[in-house]
Design a binder for this molecule. Structure first.
Ligand code: MTE
Ligand code: MO
Length: 192
């Protein structure tokens, strides 16, 4: 078989007239389109969260400490899930895979009365910590994950809370995006 489907787009790009047998005309148009479509579909636009149909949690056990100078308060899963929940299918670099559910970090901060111009700090149960500046939170949408496949997460499953960037999910798995901000086992949020 002659590779007309490769020659045609190249020739087209270089404006070279191609003399093609009549029977190839259809293939010449169809194959480049199919190839482009395949590339487009697999090229990694990341995962896009959609509004969740799940019922918010009624678990009032405290899981997250919010610290602002001397003020401290605790939040439960139920407190966090009062915000609109979003679902997204993704593969986490630590090995978890499935439907992650959570709330948008910026919506959460706003709901907690944390000014959007504050840098925040998150601290994990293993003491790993990250800072997130307002501009970082503008550049990428961070999802504060509360569940995997409908179930709350324990510490062994990177819970009770973890941060993901759905738009980066595919490139993180490919190894082309950093995921230092994908903090898991979050226990505390601080701001000053
Ligand atoms: N709680 C917690 N989250 C964390 C980390 C960690 O050690 N603890 N490591 C971070 C870093 S530096 C990266 S690159 C990714 C993956 O960590 P790993 O390379 O140790 O698997 O998770 C991030 N989130
Ligand atoms: Mo890392």
């Amino acid at each position: 078989m002659q590779p007309w489907f490769l020659i045609y787009p190249l020739a087209f790009a270089k404006r070279i007239p191609v003399k093609k047998p009549l029977g190839y005309r259809k293939h010449c148009l169809r194959w480049p389109l199919l190839i482009l479509l395949g590339l487009f579909a697999s090229s990694g636009f990341g995962a896009t969260p959609v509004p969740s149909q799940q019922e918010p949690s009624d678990n009032h056990a405290y899981i997250l400490l919010i610290t602002h100078h001397q003020d401290q308060r605790w939040l439960s899963l139920a407190d966090i899930e009062t915000l609109p929940l979003y679902d997204v299918e993704l593969e986490h670099p630590e090995g978890l895979e499935g439907r992650f559910t959570g709330v948008w970090l910026n919506a959460f901060l706003e709901h907690q009365g944390i000014p959007q111009d504050k840098r925040i700090r998150l601290i994990a149960h293993d003491d790993y910590t990250i800072f997130l500046s307002p501009s970082e939170r503008d550049q990428k949408r961070y999802l504060l994950v509360t569940r995997l496949n409908g179930q709350p997460l324990n510490k062994q499953q990177l819970g009770p809370l973890l941060l993901v960037v759905p738009a980066d999910a595919e490139s993180v798995i490919k190894g082309t995006s950093p995921h230092t901000r994908w903090i898991w086992s979050i226990r505390e949020l601080r701001y000053s």
